[in-house]
Design a protein around this ligand. Structure first.
Ligand code: AHR
Length: 493
């Protein structure tokens, strides 16, 4: 099959915000306990954090990490995770029906983010709590001193404020499963007042208001409109969440699911702009796609997990090659909306629907989805260019016509490099790709990285950690995208 792509320096989409390569650590399953924190592990540092995991997080390239939830945050008392570790209460964790020992809390996690060379994005509890508690939490984290909660932080050993810049106003408050679930009216008012108060404590923060939990929610669209009507002046981003899965074992259909993400983003942008014009506002609302990934493999096994234990192995999806191709298509989609999507979080980071896996007390390894994320985080910096793809298409049931090739061109003026990220969705044919990029003079190919395998269901394990991984092809001007493959084609200009 033949295909061609065209990009032109004169037609940029927008500057890529580094924060689109964010991720997420929730107090859920073995993400924290046995994942990032494992004090008896041979690689544990002085605070009990696993340095092998920290090294993998650095390799992945994650500028921002959202914490501590997720559904977990809607019943969370942040102060339970501060002060002397041995005196912290064990709590019933209702969202995931476990026991939360509170050994790790904000005091420890903010230190972990420094060690992992990333930045914190915090969520406040708007499920069981509200305005006053959000004020106390930001006072603890960001106020210099001389008040009850800032002095509590200093007493706990942290003289300097944590300086947390990004805050989420609750989590998935439209979802009936959420602790303290609210209507759009109830949530919109609460979010507006909470935002107002938090910005009184620290005007330099940026706030994310909850959009819909996914594009299938019955309240999707009306939720966004109502919530933005209440909060437009006070917040900076609206969130989007979505998870995908090959539930019917129909790979062609599954590989096209990024078309749903594309439509979801376009719709939310449209709603933001409707509210903007209705309010005669000059402010543009940006998008924070702060939960996205593949999540379905572990659904059945999770039903069998014993309740009320500490750190059970929940949501431990094992990802294969086709999942990595989907993650690649989703990343390309986020890059295609670089003008409006300014933050995004791959949910999650370690053990729980994650690119990085560990054995508690044992080995760590990376899953297939690690690689497209690492490549885009590393090479997808600079400006995203409009990319016209001419290729054959195929019919899908849910998403209409899907192109066999999903691609985007990125220009990095600093390194004078152009990178094309491309997925070949065809299960049968390789694609001979003609790349035509105008405005950068002579291009010299640096490398063509390819990830594929004969077996779409192949995955990595602790015993066989390199079963699926990328390879670099000898550079050539003839670009062939093998069938069902992830590709990174890099040029110098
Ligand atoms: O990431 C797992 C869960 O998915 C989060 O806790 C929740 O926000 C979403 O439903």
């Amino acid at each position: 099959m033949k295909a061609s792509i065209y990009s032109d320096k004169r037609f940029p989409i927008g500057e890529i915000d580094r924060r689109i390569y964010g991720s997420f650590v929730e107090h859920l399953g073995r993400a924290v306990y046995g994942g990032i924190y494992d004090p008896d592990h041979p690689c544990a540092d002085d605070m009990g954090f696993r340095t092998d995991v920290i090294d993998l997080v650095k390799k992945l390239g994650v500028p921002v990490v959202r914490y501590p939830g997720g559904n977990f945050v809607s019943g969370y008392r942040w102060e339970d995770g501060t002060g002397k570790q041995e005196e912290r209460p064990r709590q019933l964790e209702l969202a995931w029906q476990t026991i939360e020992p509170n050994t790790v809390g904000i005091d420890e996690f903010q230190e972990w983010t420094k060690r992992a060379e990333t930045e914190l994005m915090l969520a406040v509890n708007l499920g069981t709590r509200g305005v006053e508690d959000a004020k106390n939490f930001i006072e603890y984290c960001n106020f210099p001193g001389g008040t009850q909660y800032s002095d509590l932080r200093r007493k706990n050993g942290f003289e300097k404020p944590f300086g947390v810049k990004y805050w989420c106003l609750g989590n998935e408050m439209d979802g009936p499963w959420q602790i303290g679930h609210k209507t759009a009216q109830e949530y919109g008012r609460l979010a507006a007042e909470t935002a107002k108060v938090m910005k009184l404590v620290d005007p330099s923060i940026e706030l994310v208001v909850c959009g819909s939990s996914n594009s299938e929610m019955k309240t999707f669209i009306s939720w966004e409109e109502t919530v933005l009507d209440h909060t437009y002046e006070y917040v900076d981003y609206i969130s989007l969440h979505n998870y995908y899965g090959n539930r019917d074992n129909n790979t062609e259909e599954y590989l096209a699911c990024s078309l749903d993400m594309d439509q979801f983003i376009k719709t939310v942008v449209a709603i933001c702009d409707v509210v903007k014009h209705r309010k005669r506002s000059t402010k543009t609302m940006y998008l924070s796609f702060d939960e996205w990934n593949v999540w379905f493999h572990s659904n059945e096994q999770d039903k069998k997990i014993e309740k009320w234990t500490v750190a059970p192995p929940q949501l431990e999806d094992i990802y294969n090659l086709e999942d990595a191709l989907v993650v690649g298509c989703l990343l390309i989609t986020l890059l295609r909306h670089a003008d409006r999507v300014k933050m995004a979080c791959l949910a999650q980071l370690v053990n729980v629907i994650a690119p990085i896996m560990t054995e508690t007390g044992g080995r760590s390894w990376v899953q297939t989805i690690f690689y497209p994320f690492m490549h885009t985080s590393q090479f997808g910096r600079g400006v995203s260019l409009q990319t016209v793809v001419k290729c054959d298409t195929y019919e899908t049931d849910k998403y209409g016509n899907a192109p066999y090739v999903e691609a985007i061109t990125i220009a990095n003026e600093e390194s004078r490099e152009l990178t094309v990220f491309a997925v070949n969705r065809s299960l049968d044919d390789e694609v001979e790709l003609d790349i035509d990029i105008t405005g950068y003079g002579e291009l010299e190919i640096i490398e063509h990285i390819i990830m594929n395998s004969d077996d779409l269901k192949a995955y990595n394990t602790a015993d066989n950690p390199n079963r699926v991984m990328p390879e670099t092809k000898t550079p050539s001007d003839e670009i062939i995208l093998p069938k069902h493959s992830w590709n990174v084609i890099r040029y110098k200009y």
